[in-house]
Design a protein around this ligand. Sequence first.
Ligand code: HEM
Length: 491
Amino acid sequence: MVALTVYLAIAVALCVAAYFKFLFRKRRENEPPIPTGHWFWGNGEEFSKNAVKFLHSTQKKIGDIFTIRLFNQHMTVILDPHSYEKFVKERNFDFDKIQKQVNHNVFSFELVNARKMLKEAGKTVRGPYLNKGMAQFSNYLNETFTEVTQSSTGEHTDEWKTAGLRSFNSQTLFASLFYTIFGKGDASDARFKPLSVYKNFDTFHKYFNFLWLGMPVKLFPKAVKALEGLCNQPTSAELLQRDDLSEYLRFSTNFMLEHNQTEQDIIGHNLVYLHVNYNTFRLAFWSLYKLLENREALEGLRKEIDEVVRCKRAEMDDDDEEIVFSMEEIDSLKVLDSVVNETLRVSSGVFVVRSVLEDTEFQMENGQNFTVRKGDKVAMYPPAMHKDPEIFENPDEYKYDRFVDAKFYKYGKEVKNPVMAFGALCPGKKYAIVQSKWFLLSSMYSFDMELCDGESTQPDINYYGHEILPPTKEVQIRYKLRQNIEKLSFL
Ligand code: HEM
């Protein structure tokens, strides 16, 4: 009995010590305020129920900067959009640890000399490389558009067809992204094909937040099975032999081989690359869905597209078979640009998050100073700013032309980066945006499309933390090829 009492006393003492070490926090002088939360979970429950709602109500009570606790992780959240540039430039706020955590916990590898690799590889998705990649992408997209309008016997049909919107996008956009990244390879090789990779990726992504936080993948048998399928890839030598392999993967694979990384590491890195590109797939889903849901938006965009095509057609010679667009022409389409920005605003779920390397004096843009504690995380949360009613009037409403010639203000001052969905470091921002624009332009021009009766969905807030949120469910659409259309291609 005495022994039992002693064990119990030790256990209680250990629990109390663990509580004070990992969970309890006494605010030090000059640190940001701490909102009240559950003694054990901290602010985790309110945060996971609806992060944006929780952050908005805390902001109202205690200001633009505060430190929340998500179980044992303390995170300082900054919700002043004007402080964004100071946040991304602060050297003690580090992204490398986060990037390593994703590579290690989710894709089981470590990237040697990661900063150099990412910096150099990032150059291969910009400038002239971008045009080469886009030309490939637009060709693949045209091929897939032909495939999805074939009847079951393989003939072209003008009939209405019904499909899930994600399924339609997986056969068109995802397949085109996939081939642009990995090249086409040997058609008779059944390994690593877009549709099976898409299905496995879709399953695997459901567990992303758990894996990222460090839970072992073995706890999730469906994720293990999906990952096995995803790892069944061609070898690095086979990929490097493909002429149409993307420059990004060519560079990164050679870099990793030079640094003696294993085939398994290269496979893991290929999956990370696919993972970042998967955001473009999700963005395209919301871009199309929102247009189909809002007839006025669809007609507004189609008017802009039909007009530009009409002008281009008037300039064509009789023997021209394709209508060709340049990057500048795509960039000049204001409604298309606004549709993509508005879609990013309503569907982004990402935290722009950093690890705090040292106790850091952080000065907000309004001159207030706060000390952010070493070992904590510090973050800006775009979805909360994207839904700030002071910046965006009626923020819950989708307004397709919201960004046409518009400026946005907070505290009476213009917000320089009203849409922050790409954070500061994403090298693929321009690529993802121009691919999404091209996909929208081509599909709006090529297809009549509508949502089937009663179909609707919304961004799934259980996935807050993902760059672009997935939908709560699939929706069914009807589509058919429009009459008298030309082939579109990218210069
Ligand atoms: C809609 C599409 C995309 C969204 C919303 C998105 C968003 C993001 C965000 C929020 C980050 C973290 C940045 C930060 O914390 O400052 C990031 C990082 C990154 N993204 Fe993207 N991304 C997209 C597409 C792409 C594409 C197409 C590529 C391909 C090149 C790409 C490559 C990367 C890489 C390599 C990083 C890590 C950068 C580093 O560690 O320095 N992303 N992305």
